[in-house]
Ligand binder design. Sequence first.
Ligand SMILES: Cc1cc2nc3c(=O)[nH]c(=O)nc-3n(C[C@H](O)[C@H](O)[C@H](O)COP(=O)(O)O)c2cc1C
Length: 209
Amino acid sequence: MCPRKSIRIKIPKNNMHTMKIIGFVSSPRDGNTKNLTEHALDAAKAAGAETQLIHIGKMNISPCKACDACKKTGTCIIEDDFQEAEKSLSKADGIIFASPVYFGTVSAQMKAFMDRTRTLRRKSILKDKVGGAIAVGASRNGGQETTIRQIHNFYLIQEMIVVSDTKTAHYGGTGVGGAPDDASKDEFGIETAKNLGTHVAELTKKLIH
Ligand SMILES: Cc1cc2nc3c(=O)[nH]c(=O)nc-3n(C[C@H](O)[C@H](O)[C@H](O)COP(=O)(O)O)c2cc1C
């Protein structure tokens, strides 16, 4: 009888998937929403994430026209910048949607982006991804929470997992500012954004590793 050769399976030392957290900013300008999102992503990076900021407010993303073509083909037939943003959204492990407060809710740019993701919902692409929200308004109580609520509603309908900024603002990153650089002086707002970024990263890490 010939001696049996022992088989060794080589397990790579670092076979962990690096978590990717992407912030989607829906202001049409470089201002407060972008500023707080950068703070949130820096905190996520410090917690071990690979991060990216996508400025959807500056992209050409048209609203859904309810043609229902996506129901038949599984893809949206409007050809614009949505396809590029959709690819990033699909590959993210954790997501931060950030919007300025416009009349107590998300900007039109954010709403158009959300509506165009109908195909992702049909395929459950975003299911079980972690989501946090950021909102910046000019008034102290100008609708930051109602805006965040809209983003949370989107996450729930996409079967995602909603996270807070923990014990600062409770609902997510909340900033106050009117002029584009006001949020850079809003220390409490910055703290809420950082806590949100850390929380999104920490939960994502638990889920994917
Ligand atoms: C069309 C429009 C509607 C707005 N509605 C509100 C509002 O309801 N509540 C509020 O606090 N601020 C409101 N603002 C102010 C913006 O939320 C605020 O300037 C914010 O800092 C903008 O963020 P950004 O610098 O990222 O663009 C509104 C601004 C615009 C242009």
